[in-house]
Design a protein. Sequence first.
Length: 61
Amino acid sequence: MEGLRANASELASARQMDGSTARDISKPLVEQTQNVQQVEASAKVLSASDEMIGRLIHEIA
């Protein structure tokens, strides 16, 4: 989540042009996509582990 915040901040500051040169925002956009995928993968892992723990508790009980 910290990576998402950092990327969002970098993208927001890139929109404030000082008139000299436009900033390259491709790197923060790619990193933000990667961070979103990592968060989604982590959520799936937590969901699967929660399901497995529930099954184990049900079997033991």
